[in-house]
Design a protein around this ligand. Structure first.
Ligand SMILES: [Zn+2]
Length: 251
């Protein structure tokens, strides 16, 4: 990913004919960013497209996906508060999809030729529950994206260097239909492991037909990455939130 003068990050490989408006806002964007603050979200929208309408959901680590149309509102999506919506997809111009995270990977999707984009919040629970496959299915089967063209990007998240998980989480990842390989590495505590969620997501995307060369992963760890990032784990639950935003290209 590359960083602009405001401190927003974008995927380097999403340029030229693959370009769609998108950004990841880390904790140090504009000298201090927290998605909990309405004015920071508004500033982010203005930086991408002031005429766009920001749409977000209530995230609960679910695998549920919502199609955002010209009339979908955040208030409407928040009505699904209990079930949750952790991925948004759209083919409607003028809509800016928004998701928040502090350690959980945000996964961006775009098929520029089909004019569709998506944004998934894929922490360990959502990943195990299938949010990646659910998002790709919706993009392809409902919005007309192609598995051969779709590109994906994974924003900074808890890395395999730091993200220790317990035996109950390890068991759920061992049961996923991917090669465990280096996604789980030994940790000092018995029965625990260090989980490389980014690598798991790359493998799951590949299973969905999105080849690794069409996936750009930030490879930046929010836990040991210092003040650039909000980290739920590092701040022991008192962290701010970072944002991902993406919209369809205007032409
Ligand atoms: Zn780390």
């Amino acid at each position: 990913m590359i960083r602009n003068e405001s401190g927003l990050w974008t995927f380097e490989s999403w340029n030229g004919r693959h370009a769609v408006p998108h950004a990841f806002a880390p904790a140090d964007a504009w000298g201090g960013f927290d998605a909990h603050r309405h004015e920071d979200r508004a500033r982010l929208r203005d930086a991408i497209d002031p005429s766009s309408r920001l749409v977000e959901s209530h995230q609960t680590h679910s695998p549920h996906v919502a199609d955002v149309t010209a009339t979908t509102t955040s208030a409407e999506l928040a009505e699904e508060r209990l079930r949750g919506v952790d991925a948004l997809v759209t083919r409607t111009r003028g809509v800016l999809l928004h998701a928040i995270a502090a350690d959980c990977p945000l996964v961006f999707f775009a098929d520029r030729d089909a004019g569709v984009v998506g944004l998934a919040h894929s922490g360990w629970r959502g990943t195990v529950r299938g949010v990646i496959a659910a998002t790709v299915s919706r993009l392809v089967e409902v919005l007309g994206a192609s598995r051969e063209r779709l590109r994906a990007g994974i924003a900074p998240a808890a890395g395999g260097c730091c993200y220790e998980v317990g035996p109950e989480v390890v068991a759920q990842f061992e049961a996923l239909p991917i090669r465990v390989g280096e996604t789980l590495r030994p940790s000092a505590r018995a029965g625990h492991a260090r989980l490389d969620l980014e690598r798991v997501i790359v493998a799951l995307l590949e299973r969905e037909g999105i080849a690794a060369e069409r996936v750009e992963a930030a490879r930046a760890c929010t836990i040991c990455g210092g003040a650039r990032f909000h980290s739920h784990r590092r701040a022991q639950g008192r962290a701010g939130r970072m944002s991902g935003v993406i919209a369809c290209a205007s032409s």
